[in-house]
Design a protein around this ligand. Structure first.
Ligand code: GDP
Ligand code: ZN
Length: 306
């Protein structure tokens, strides 16, 4: 039988098939799709699996289907790369005006991962009823040349909710965002009765490494699937080669062809075209600072290895 993993808890996996949920374990010799990378978790939310149900009702997962994509994180050189979820249509990064203040560096980390794994990222900025003068144009110029899709919404006033609903309908979306941005308000408004509880205990206990256990998929009637990530607050990029990081900044990519050094890390190198465009105001200086911030965190992790 084929089913979809909707939740992982310790060594138990919830498999969904025909609106039924079967608690399952992995077969000893599980077949996973060939991938040169080694992950901390062999099976993740979003995986399609082959399984059977034993007489006692427990499911046994035999194999995992090939994945169309994986959204991962790697927080330290010594820790393994975690699969947060897979087979996604998009990632929805939720931020807000007012409080908590929007954090584009956090969004940039999600974007790097999305671009690397070829997963569309939608930036949804909530509480637009609280927007201050200049904030929208700041975000627009920050993401100039990146192609990132931005939606401004308000769960309170209802602004932008229809277009957001259209962008998630019929798709499988991974939702990321700190608590307080209004994730529950938005999705409970779009899907009344959904009761997206993200402020549960898991949020406070979910810090630290390998806390992908609270990730769960919510299936809605119209083929819409939402994967919530309470407790997943860090999106480490330590697996990325510092020389390749710039490739995942879409607004840098074309310019990088004209840097004197190749590869160029767009940091201290002379005749760097990316830095020239920053100077000209074509690439936003804060976006470049955000890039350097990620670059240094990767370099520091590599140094700590020795
Ligand atoms: P979550 O932790 O991301 O799920 O956020 P909640 O949905 O619990 O909302 C956090 C707080 O933000 C609550 O006090 C909400 O009333 C408030 N909030 C949510 N959406 C909006 C909005 O569109 N505008 C304003 N002004 N406040 C909002
Ligand atoms: Zn450069």
């Amino acid at each position: 039988m084929k089913g979809t993993i909707i939740k992982v808890f310790g060594r138990y996996y919830t498999v969904e098939v025909d609106n039924r949920e079967v608690i399952s374990v992995l077969r000893g010799k599980l077949k996973v799709p060939g991938d040169t990378r080694i992950f901390s978790n062999p099976v993740a939310v979003g995986d399609t699996v082959d399984f059977h149900i034993k007489d006692d009702g427990l499911g046994v997962i035999e194999s995992v289907d090939k994945r169309s994509n994986i959204f991962t994180r790697k927080d330290g050189v010594r820790s393994r790369e975690d699969i947060i979820a897979c087979n996604l249509d998009q990632v929805v990064a939720v931020q807000s005006f007012g409080a908590p203040e929007f954090n584009l560096r956090f969004v940039d980390r999600i974007l790097v991962r999305g671009v690397k794994e070829n997963i569309h990222v939608l930036l949804c900025v909530n509480k637009v009823d609280l927007v201050m003068k200049g904030e929208k144009s700041y975000i627009k110029s920050y993401y100039n040349g990146t192609g990132v899709e931005i939606k401004y919404v308000s769960a309170h006033s209802g602004e932008g909710m229809d277009t957001l609903r259209k962008s998630i309908a019929g798709k499988r979306s991974l939702l990321v965002g700190y608590s307080g941005v209004g994730k529950s308000s938005i999705f409970n408004r779009i899907y009344p009765g959904l009761d997206l509880k993200i402020n549960d205990v898991s949020e406070s206990t979910g810090k630290g490494r390998h806390t992908t256990t609270n990730v769960r998929m919510i299936k809605l009637g119209d083929n819409t699937e939402l994967i919530d990530t309470p407790g997943v607050r860090e999106f480490g990029l330590v697996d990325i080669d510092p020389n390749e990081l710039g490739n995942y900044f879409e607004d840098f990519r074309e310019a990088a062809q004209n840097c004197r050094f190749r590869p160029c890390q767009h940091d201290h190198e002379p005749d760097c075209e990316v830095k020239r465009l920053v100077g000209e105001g074509i690439i936003h200086p804060d976006r470049h600072i955000s890039y350097l911030n990620i670059l240094y965190s990767i370099q520091e992790n590599i140094r700590n290895q020795y």
